[in-house]
Design a protein around this ligand. Sequence first.
Ligand code: PLP
Length: 257
Amino acid sequence: MKNVLTIAGSDSSGGAGIQADLKTFAAHGVFGMSVITAITAQNTQGVFAVQDVTPEVIAKQIDAIFDDIEVAAVKIGMVSQIDTIKTIAAKLQEYGAKNVVVDPVMVSKSGYHLLNPAAEAALVQELLPLATIVTPNIPEAEVITQGKITTVEEMEAAARSIYALGPKHVLVKGGHLDGDSTDVFFDGEKYTYLKSRRIDTKNTHGTGCTLSAAIAAGLGRGLPVDQAVHAAKEYITIAIEHGLTIGKGVGPTHHFY
Ligand code: PLP
């Protein structure tokens, strides 16, 4: 069994964040571990409160894991604040963490800033150079590149400029554009396109978390990055197709075991 770590925020409703990541890890047959960066009070209708965990306690959680357990891959999700980001970056470098997936979580679908906007530059400077792969959606890619993205060609250009910031691979997710979705994967040399038809559902809470966790699970199991990305895309597509109507708002994706 491979051990895979998520460093992310807790979602009390279980659809996104740490909870989505651990369910995804279990579904992929890897042993899931978690470093909690923030506790959110949220449900299918929104985020109502956030309590950030102190950088000291985040550092202790990372130490506790790496001092004792072999970590095959790491996924980074919600990181909240500049000090949190700096702590995580320093610790991952100290332990030589491998197979690092960075999901640059910024704003929830319900519009809540899960990343302090003042910390956007720190995320780019501190975490992207450590990433085996970074997985921005279009709004996140727009923040990182400071440009508008409305076409696949602009997604390609964004992937190339994000690659220049240090990650080994970039996946720009196209779900925010109209129509069927095309994700653009860039390995520094060539583009690969992952297409899927648009699924008619409102239950998409936690899709980004689930996709990046599935990539980390694949990397942890030893898949090459492109294969981990393709397998994760298949997994998230099925998980969205079987999204769950729980609560009154945007329900979560479904995890199969
Ligand atoms: N809550 C936490 C803790 C998250 O990490 C994320 C996503 O990355 C979300 C909420 C946002 O979920 P969504 O935008 O899919 O509703």
